[in-house]
Each structure stands twice: as C-alpha cells, then as structure tokens.
Design a protein around this ligand. Structure first.
Ligand SMILES: NC(=O)c1ccc[n+]([C@@H]2O[C@H](COP(=O)([O-])OP(=O)(O)OC[C@H]3O[C@@H](n4cnc5c(N)ncnc54)[C@H](OP(=O)(O)O)[C@@H]3O)[C@@H](O)[C@H]2O)c1
Length: 216
C-alpha cells in the first residue's frame, strides 16, 4: 500500500513521513514540489544515519492523490476546502483526517463547522465513494518528529466503511507502539477532534509537553 501525505511538509506531515517511510512507500505532497523534496531529503538523511531503509517520493498534492491508495490530509482546517477542491481523483481512495478545527482564545477551544466535525465537512465536499476515516488527531507533531522515541499512544479511529477502517487501524498499529481503537462511525469524529484542545489546555495549565492519550 502506498500512503500519500497532502501537506506532508508540515508539523505533523513531515514527522509522519519520517516514520511511515521506514515501513512502507510514502509520497510527500506540497503546493511547492521543492518543499516536498526537502522533506524527503530529511526523511532519507535521518534513515540513512540510522542504517534504516526508507521509501519516500516528493510530489505535488495532486500527484499524491493520483499515486496513493490512502491519503492523509495533514493540513490546517481553514485550508481543507480549497485544497480538496483544487485536486481531482479522490474517487475510491481512503482519506484519513487528523484535522482538528480549533482556536486559541483564553484557552484552546474546539470550533467545529456546522456539519459537526472536520471529518463530516470533509465527507460533504469529497465524492460520495471516497472512504473517510478520522485518525491521528491526538498525537503532537513534536512526538512524530522525535524519531528515536517510542510512540505509545492510543489512537481512536472513526469511519463508516468497515474495510477502510480496518486498513487504517492496521496502519496505526504498524507505527511504533501506537494502538488503534475503533471509536465508532464518522459522525463520532467530533468527540475525537475535541480531545486535542483538551490535551493542549492540560499541557498548558499543568506545564506539561506533548500530552497524549492511552486507553487502559
Ligand atoms: N501540529 C500538531 O501537533 C497536530 C496534532 C494533531 C493533529 N493536527 C492536525 O493536523 C493538521 C496539520 O497540522 P500541522 O500543525 O502539521 O499544520 P501546519 O504545519 O501548519 O501546515 C501543514 C501544511 O499545510 C500546508 N498549507 C499551509 N497553508 C496552506 C494553504 N493556504 N493551502 C493549502 N495548504 C496549506 C503546508 O504545506 P505546503 O506549504 O508544503 O503546501 C503546510 O506544510 C491540522 O489539521 C491539525 O489540526 C496537528
């Protein structure tokens, strides 16, 4: 399976690319292909320094969608609509949303669109045969990039297509010590997305870093 990361140059995108490209073929997408090249170089150098194989290719966001079976939308919520509408070929793809709509006011606040969640908004604007899952919403970008550290978080996965959800859960379980949990249909995504402002507030008010979740 080939995994594409739209916005693969960003805070979580690059860290995901570094980790995923060691275990599968990854395509890093950007609006500027040169930026995607730089992220791929970072992945390759980091893997080479550790004597690990790495399979990563740069491309435009359109190339990522064209060439991948599963696409992670690693872009801020405010740019999701323009990005999705600017790309064709979403039909039959699996799309993973780690997207959390939120704002920083006195503290971090969950600010979902009228559809109820980023995931349901994404579902509304993608073709009806695109299979969407929510995953990776609650892992801090720093933790992805801290490449030698173990990721031992729980990852809730929401989605309506059982086959797509199984594939996404298997993907989660292939990364470090992440453990996937079925968190229900896509309409439950608001619960998962809204955990992230909670984690950020807990980190801030308790002087902690990169707070995550683990179900026991
Ligand atoms: N950061 C975290 O710790 C974290 C944790 C969990 C979930 N998330 C979620 O993951 C998603 C990505 O977060 P992030 O912090 O990685 O974001 P980010 O670093 O701010 O941006 C990610 C990428 O989005 C692309 N981008 C920026 N402006 C754009 C525009 N106007 N149109 C299209 N693409 C644009 C950029 O790629 P190019 O310039 O290369 O095109 C950028 O590298 C968000 O939805 C966030 O809620 C983040």
């Amino acid at each position: 399976m080939r995994v594409g990361i739209v916005g693969g140059t960003g805070e979580i995108g690059e860290g995901m690319a570094m980790r995923l490209s060691r275990i599968m073929d990854v395509c890093v997408g950007s609006r500027e292909v040169q930026k995607a090249h730089e992220t791929c170089d970072t992945c390759l150098i980091s893997a080479k320094e550790r004597g690990i194989n790495c399979s990563v290719e740069p491309g435009s966001n359109q190339q990522v969608v064209d060439e991948s079976d599963l696409i992670i939308l690693a872009i801020p919520f405010k740019h999701v609509e323009s990005t999705i509408r600017g790309i064709t070929g979403w039909e039959d793809k699996i799309v993973v949303s780690p997207v959390n709509p939120m704002e920083r006011r006195d503290c971090f606040v969950y600010t979902p669109p009228t559809e109820g969640s980023a995931a349901l908004f994404i579902q509304k604007i993608l073709p009806s045969n695109t299979r969407i899952c929510t995953a990776f919403n609650n892992i801090a970008g720093n933790r992805w990039r801290d490449i030698d550290s173990v990721l031992s978080y729980s990852v809730p996965v929401c989605g309506d297509d059982p086959d797509a959800k199984r594939i996404v859960m298997d993907l989660v379980d292939s990364i470090s010590e992440l453990k996937s949990f079925d968190a229900g249909p896509l309409s439950s995504s608001h619960i998962v997305e809204s955990i992230t402002p909670l984690l950020l507030n807990v980190a801030r008010f308790n002087k902690m870093k990169d707070v995550g979740i683990r179900f026991v």
